[in-house]
Every structure is written in C-alpha cells, then in structure tokens.
Write a protein that binds this ligand. Sequence first.
Ligand SMILES: Nc1ncnc2c1ncn2[C@@H]1O[C@H](COP(=O)(O)OP(=O)(O)OP(=O)(O)O)[C@@H](O)[C@H]1O
Ligand SMILES: [Mg+2]
Length: 243
Amino acid sequence: MRGLFVTATDTGVGKTLVSTLLVRGLMSRTIPAIHFKPVQSGFITVNGTEYPADLAFSRSLIEPEGDLDAYCKKRSLFAFRMPVSPDFAAEKEGKSIDPAAIVARANELASEHLLITEGAGGVAVPLAPNYLMADLIADLGQPALIVARPGLGTLNHTYLTVDHLRRRGIGIAGIVVSGYDAGDISAERNLRMLAEMNGLPLLGILPRILGLDTERPGWVTPEAADALQERFDWPRIIAAIGA
Ligand SMILES: Nc1ncnc2c1ncn2[C@@H]1O[C@H](COP(=O)(O)OP(=O)(O)OP(=O)(O)O)[C@@H](O)[C@H]1O
Ligand SMILES: [Mg+2]
C-alpha cells in the first residue's frame, strides 16, 4: 500500500508531530494525504468531550475548521481511554483489537488518500495475542519511517528497531530525528551514526521545541508547522511514498 507507516523507537518520541507535518506538507503539494491512527490509547478532553489525543492534535493543524468528531471517527478505529499498552487498554474495556479490520479500513481510506499511518509506541508493541505492531506494518505493506530521539540511547534503540523490521522483510524509507538540540555534545555525531549504522537516509531533523506538548492541540501554530516542514527532505519522502 502506498504511503508510509510512521513508527518510532519508543512511545512519546514524535510520531504524531511527524505524521501531522507529513500530511500537511503533502497536502500543500496537492497530494491528498490522510493521518490514519488505527490504534490509540489515551484521550484528551476538548469542550467536555473525549477524543483520541493524537488525532485532536493533527486536526488542529490539518483541518482546524472541520468537525473534530467526524475527523477522528474517519481516522481512528481502536481508541481506548487508558494511556497504557493498547492490548491492555482494550482488555480493560472488554474489547480486542482486530488487525483485519485495520487493514480493511486502510484499504477504504487508500482509495482516496495517501495513507500516513501512525503506529502506537514502537515496533514490538503487542496488539493482539501473537501479533505485534510490526505484524500490522507487514500486513499493510507500507514502508516504515522511523522517528528517533537525537540523544543518548538512540543509536541502540534505532538499530534494534531497524533490525527487527528488516528481519520481518519490511522496507524502511528512512529516519526522522525529533528534538534535535545542537548544544547536546553527542547530537551531531549521533545524526551521522544513525545514518551510517543503519544504512538509511535521514529524512528530516526537527529541532527541539521548548515546551512542546502534543496533548495540547493548537500549541503548534500553522506558521511554526510551516517552518518545521522545511526540515524534511521532500524529494526523498515523495519518492519513498510513490506519490
Ligand atoms: N521536536 C521536539 N521538540 C520538543 N519536544 C518533542 C519533540 N518531538 C517530540 N517531543 C516531545 O514528545 C512528546 C510526544 O510527541 P508525540 O506525541 O509526537 O510522540 P508519539 O511518538 O506520537 O507518542 P505516542 O506513542 O504516544 O503516539 C511531545 O509532547 C513533546 O513533549
Ligand atoms: Mg502519537
């Protein structure tokens, strides 16, 4: 399936920020992209109603005038209240995650849009018995884009993520680093090492934005998002997506 599967080395690394900017950037290039977040644990409250947190954030920068409820319904499938591992969040609500339903919805959306699918956590997050996030990436047949942290620990986490995806035969478009701080003693070297160790291109380097909180829709202004989108290697991304 065309598009990208945005995964990361861990939870809270920057997938929602990156997915949102990718969709905006593609749309500004007249490519009809959509942020698909099939599995979400964690809601936020907007005007007294609960919504899946990541979609509430992306909507604030992608369709700020549109109806939030309709925006989320179209783009989410298994959304749970508790901010814990998705399989556990589902169990707590007496539900389960059906991977076949995710693939079916993805196919529906893909008839009109280029899918930027956002995972939850990293590649080995359990979704159902004997079924990990990497199995979903393989079933969707999308190339993975890995969001990585810039600092200490990222070489190990990113290498393990790449290794796991490659063992499963999943293609990897490249790496995006989120939270880059030029003042960090190892940051610049880490960028070089991330590319070298994994034989992958860096598709974007997003700077550290002090105070960023993706659980606060509207915190990132459209002007700030435009500037961040400049940090992506668009020709490479568009080639990887097959747009
Ligand atoms: N470039 C950045 N600058 C500063 N903080 C960042 C940056 N990228 C990510 N963060 C921090 O990480 C948090 C989580 O980011 P984001 O929601 O994009 O991660 P995620 O990988 O989508 O998480 P989840 O697994 O919950 O979906 C942000 O609220 C922010 O605190
Ligand atoms: Mg997210």
